[in-house]
Design a protein around this ligand. Structure first.
Ligand SMILES: Cc1cc2nc3c(=O)[nH]c(=O)nc-3n(C[C@H](O)[C@H](O)[C@H](O)COP(=O)(O)O)c2cc1C
Length: 304
């Protein structure tokens, strides 16, 4: 029995991480419908747009879904007010001090998770009262901590340091990653990059095809003041667009027209994304692969 899944009310321990402009209602609802937990990525939306996305998600699923809110954003108070008004049951906060909103959200009965990129930040989140910590390694797409700690290194140390459940994020893209995360002590995984290639993701078909072409070395880290950002290398994207345009001029033209256009955000696991598939296929295959791996792990582990 997976207590984390039971508490939230989901079937599988697989979360769609909040993705600014990419994590819209159709994708979040598809992940929840497939048994996981879809999170709407609200970073780039104002309160009205978040409310609209929540309404749309509710039309697409009767399963539980949540919202990711960037703590540091100036418009965070408006987003927090919307999730409370709309009676959202799960919120994942990120990019900022977990002490700012956790109490208020929890007093409203909301299950609160916070994204942490180091052990120290995970402990701080637990002290702030969160229900779970999302330990996100630096191989992940989008914003990452400046310390550049990988998921393999971060997750076991966070599970040792906190008592609350730990969700592993960063570099997970299939059932092997899920099984590995559980072996490291996580109770669930959060994925972003792998879900960009889902059919229900509203980003352009061209970006999905570019993601499929990407190798693990094409998702590079851009270091900024306080944070780093992992995105597909600009030169690679330009080259990929030229190749796409040769065979599919119509697809290549869609690159700028869809939600999330221009973001280029993606993690190193892009190298493992091999085709555009329905969300349910991504999740079902992961679950099947993770189950198939367990006996293999056992047979590779010599008896004591
Ligand atoms: C395009 C993109 C945008 C993202 N935007 C956000 C965001 O707005 N807030 C956030 O907390 N995490 C964001 N993330 C991180 C994801 O929620 C997730 O933790 C991460 O993608 C997991 O690593 P993976 O990409 O290796 O699966 C983003 C990731 C990507 C790829």
């Amino acid at each position: 029995m997976n207590e984390f899944c039971e508490t939230i009310g989901i079937r599988y321990p697989i979360i769609l991480g909040g993705m600014a402009r990419v994590g819209t209602a159709p994708l979040a609802a598809a992940v929840s419908n497939a048994g996981g937990l879809g999170l709407l990525g609200s970073s780039a939306w104002g309160p009205e747009e978040l409310a609209r996305q929540i309404r749309q998600a509710r039309q697409l699923t009767d399963k539980v879904f949540g919202v990711n809110i960037p703590v540091r954003a100036q418009h965070a108070p408006g987003l927090i007010a919307v999730v409370m008004e709309q009676k959202i049951s799960v919120v994942a906060t990120s990019a900022g001090d977990p002490g700012i909103w956790t109490r208020q959200l929890k007093n409203d009965g909301i299950f609160v998770m916070h994204v942490a990129s180091t052990v120290e930040r995970a402990v701080k989140a637990e002290q702030a009262g969160v229900d779970a910590v999302i330990a996100e390694g630096s191989e992940s797409g989008g914003m990452t901590g400046p310390e550049e700690i990988s998921t393999l290194v971060l997750v076991p140390q966070v599970t040792d340091a906190v008592k609350v459940p730990v969700v592993a994020a960063g570099g997970i893209g299939d059932g092997r990653g899920l099984a590995a995360a559980l072996a490291l002590g996580a109770c669930a995984v959060q994925m972003g990059t792998a879900f960009i290639a889902a059919e229900e993701c509203e980003i352009s078909r061209a970006f999905k095809e570019i993601l499929v072409m990407a190798k693990e070395t094409d998702a590079v880290l851009i270091r900024e003041d306080k944070m780093s950002r992992r995105v597909l290398n600009e030169a690679f994207v330009e080259e990929a667009v030229k190749m796409l345009a040769k065979h599919h001029p119509d697809i290549a033209k869609t690159l700028e027209a869809a939600p999330g256009s221009g973001t280029r955000g993606a993690g190193q696991i892009a190298g493992l994304v091999r085709k555009v598939r329905p969300t349910a296929a991504i999740i079902d295959d992961m679950m099947r692969e993770a189950h198939a791996i367990l006996p293999k792990i056992k047979s590779n582990l010599p008896e004591l």
